[in-house]
Design a protein around this ligand. Structure first.
Ligand SMILES: Nc1ncnc2c1ncn2[C@@H]1O[C@H](COP(=O)(O)OP(=O)(O)OP(=O)(O)O)[C@@H](O)[C@H]1O
Ligand SMILES: [Mg+2]
Length: 282
């Protein structure tokens, strides 16, 4: 029990490096360098339950690296990362595997195995866990149906378009009902129409399941589509929010020259006076 004279416990609001206990993901002064370059310098942020954080930044600023740190694919030089409340910075790989399984990752280049069918790509995690073949078939069908690719079950990735590959990658990320999704540039390299279908899927996943997520995007337009729309389950489509309102559970981070230059709401981003941000958003 706290004594009256004890200082109040730090909260994330008092100290950006403090992690709240129910946070699915929290970075505490995470630093990583490659050779002489410090890529990420004391990065701290807290993702809250149900929240989607859009991560923006110029090419090469470390966005993909930050996502890989988030699920322990790479380790920081210093600082701590809490994944579902567990410190993972130096957690041994076997213990980390269980936590990583609870995260779905959509890699920047889709990262599908070309020699495996869509069924085996999407069901990969379940195959590795020894889940029965019938269960895998059923769950792959359900995941493919979510991304509107029911007919791709037996196809191989080389025969798919870029947009279809990205949808397969999303199906793989969500098949095990993850507690956190990390999307790395899911619309990168896609045309505007195909990007729209991918944005709609991300918004559908966000609004249907409230799965916390970090989403990297190069396309500001996509980021603003996500904050100005919601998924309508009646029509099975993304619809605009009333003019001037933004999804309250989606916010932004901007990574620039090793630091989080911005971490806040859409309103705060749009009203920022920071010269770089104003230029970036123009
Ligand atoms: N394993 C590694 N070894 C050495 N350098 C690396 C490694 N991984 C990433 N880098 C370097 O770190 C920098 C940031 O890479 P990262 O892929 O995280 O950037 P990004 O913000 O995702 O860029 P993009 O917008 O182009 O996807 C790059 O200069 C990259 O070369
Ligand atoms: Mg990247």
């Amino acid at each position: 029990m706290l004594e009256a004279t004890d200082p109040a416990p730090l909260t994330a609001a008092d100290d950006p490096a403090a992690c709240v206990s129910d946070s699915p993901l929290c970075f505490q002064r995470v630093t990583l360098g490659f050779g002489p370059r410090i890529l990420l310098d004391a990065i701290s942020f807290t993702l809250r339950p149900g929240e989607t954080r859009i991560l923006l930044g110029l090419a090469g600023m470390g966005k993909s690296t930050l996502l890989k740190l988030a699920n322990g694919l790479i380790r920081p030089d210093s600082g701590e990362i809490f994944l579902f409340g567990q410190p993972i910075a130096s957690m041994p790989e076997p213990a980390l595997l269980d936590l990583r399984r609870r995260t779905g990752m959509v890699f920047q280049e889709s990262a599908l195995f070309d020699s495996l069918t869509v069924r085996d790509n999407v069901g990969w995690q379940l195959i590795e866990r020894g889940v029965s073949s019938e269960t895998i078939d059923r769950r792959v069908h359900r995941a493919l149906s979510f991304v509107d690719l029911d007919n791709a079950f037996s196809l191989y990735p080389p025969s798919l378009s870029g947009g279809m590959r990205r949808r397969v990658s999303i199906a793989r990320a969500i098949i095990d009902k993850p507690d956190l999704i990390l999307y790395d540039s899911p619309t990168g390299g896609l045309d505007p129409v195909t990007s729209h279908t991918i944005n709609e899927l991300v918004v559908k996943e966000r609004d249907a399941y409230k799965t916390p997520a970090i989403l990297v995007t190069h396309r500001l337009q996509d980021a603003f589509t996500m904050v100005t729309h919601r998924f309508d389950s009646q029509t099975n489509a993304m619809v605009p929010l009333p003019k001037g309102s933004f999804d309250p559970l989606t916010s932004f981070m901007v990574l620039h020259e090793g630091h989080l230059l911005f971490d806040g709401s859409t309103d705060e981003l749009l009203s920022s006076k920071d010269p770089f941000l104003k230029d970036f958003l123009a």
